[in-house]
Design a protein around this ligand. Structure first.
Ligand SMILES: *Cc1c(COP(=O)(O)O)cnc(C)c1O
Length: 398
């Protein structure tokens, strides 16, 4: 039983994940972490009499997210994917419209648009591992000449690292194309001028999935500086029910509002965000110090325009210099009871999108071939991380 009313100063691993069954501990990639005040917030939510995706608890969570990111308006949703879907809907995506996204991302970035009948086009990433604004500018002018601009451009804050939203928004603005930023993994990350991830886009999406830096078990948020867009998304998230005594609908919507129970968990976790970012950055710095000298091994860069939340620590292994490839290292870690995972397989290489068009070179493909995400949880102990480093070092050419 978690203590009620105490503000803990360390993050607690969710016990079940750390000790699956009663067997040996397995070190996970990014396990959920508890703030310790979840039960207190849950009790308050239950005492309020509201369980539905309405009432004081989701409203308080939305206000807390807005205070964190600086957005004017926020809608809490059942998932980040649901928030993306609502974003596409309020931006008017229709069958046949093109939607452009970086290829180096999770499928959820684009899946709702494809399900709405949009045509995806994937762009390569630049040296920052995020959408390359120069490539985007070229492609947009080409598309304008063809008379077929995308309906939406969806950059991604990869692994909690802000894309160059200022440059991306500037080029999109010049063509009148709205930007929906997939900041699902970037809560607590900062971009240029200290602005929070997702600011500068028309709409931004966050996720509170079980493996993200803040979790409600499952959940997401759609945020904007335009309250009218969020009001429209809120209507659609509640089955497009118009304000009337009877059930009145001018269109169809979704059941996408976050329940009060989950919002309570988020309310408990959000005040610990700064500490979580600090911890994940320490984890990254420890990997850099422990592995950075190995030939052929490099880490996800932190571009000069931002401060990543280091949701995941990702390294690249160049096999001829390192001595073996990322798959051999992944297997060695697995054998030692440690979970690691290849970087995203680019969407233009996914069988689901075999007909989609792609612009760019081999950056995304190379990140997949050589990229490995290491255990990155903030509750990982120094001894556990030392073991990860030891196993990776043991794979290197000697
Ligand atoms: C986690 C994630 C999502 C999806 O969020 P859910 O809450 O799991 O639906 C979308 N995009 C990226 C980049 C993510 O990391």
């Amino acid at each position: 039983m978690a203590q009620l009313g105490t503000a803990p100063d360390t993050l607690r691993p969710a016990p079940i994940l750390r000790f699956p069954g009663c067997g040996a501990a397995r070190l996970h990639l990014s396990p959920p972490e508890l703030a310790g005040t979840e039960l207190e917030k849950l009790r308050a939510a239950l005492d309020s009499g509201w369980l539905a995706p309405a009432g004081p608890t989701p409203a308080a969570f939305e206000a807390a997210i807005a205070a964190t990111t600086g957005h004017a308006a926020v809608l809490a949703t059942t998932s980040g994917t649901a928030a993306l879907h609502l974003g596409y809907r309020v931006l008017g995506v229709a069958p046949g419209d093109e939607v452009w996204a970086p290829s180096m991302t999770f499928i959820a970035t684009i899946a709702p648009a494809v399900q709405m009948g949009a045509v995806p086009r994937f762009l390569d990433v630049g040296p920052s591992w995020t959408l390359d604004p120069a490539l985007l500018a070229d492609e947009l002018s080409r598309a304008a000449r063809r008379g077929r601009l995308p309906r939406v451009v969806v950059p991604v804050d990869l692994y909690g690292q802000c894309c160059d939203i200022e440059a991306i928004a500037a080029v999109c603005d010049s063509w009148g194309v709205p930007v929906l930023c997939d900041s699902a993994a970037a809560l607590g990350a900062l971009g240029r001028g200290g602005l929070h991830a997702g600011r500068g886009a028309r709409l931004a999406v966050f996720s509170f999935n079980g493996n993200k830096i803040i979790t409600t078990g499952g959940g997401g948020a759609l945020a904007s500086d335009d309250p009218a867009l969020i009001a429209r998304a809120r209507l659609l998230a509640g089955q497009a029910r118009e304000p009337a005594a009877h059930y009145q609908h001018e269109t169809t919507g979704y059941a996408y509002g976050m329940s009060s129970v989950l919002a309570a968990v988020g309310l408990a976790q959000l005040p610990t965000l700064a500490r979580r970012v600090t911890r994940r950055r320490e984890v990254f710095a420890t990997y850099l110090a422990g592995l950075g000298d190995l030939p052929g091994l490099s880490f996800i860069p932190e571009p000069n325009w931002g401060r990543a939340n280091r949701w995941l620590s990702v390294m690249m292994l160049e096999p001829t210099l390192f001595g073996t490839d990322r798959e051999a290292v992944r297997r060695a870690l697995e054998a030692a009871g440690m979970e690691s995972r290849p970087a995203w397989k680019p969407l233009h290489l996914q069988p689901a999108f075999r007909d989609a068009s792609f612009a760019g070179g081999r950056m995304a493909a190379q990140l997949f071939e050589q990229g490995l995400c290491l255990p990155s949880g903030g509750a990982m102990t120094p001894a556990e991380q030392a073991r990860v480093i030891e196993v990776v070092r043991s794979c290197a050419r000697r």
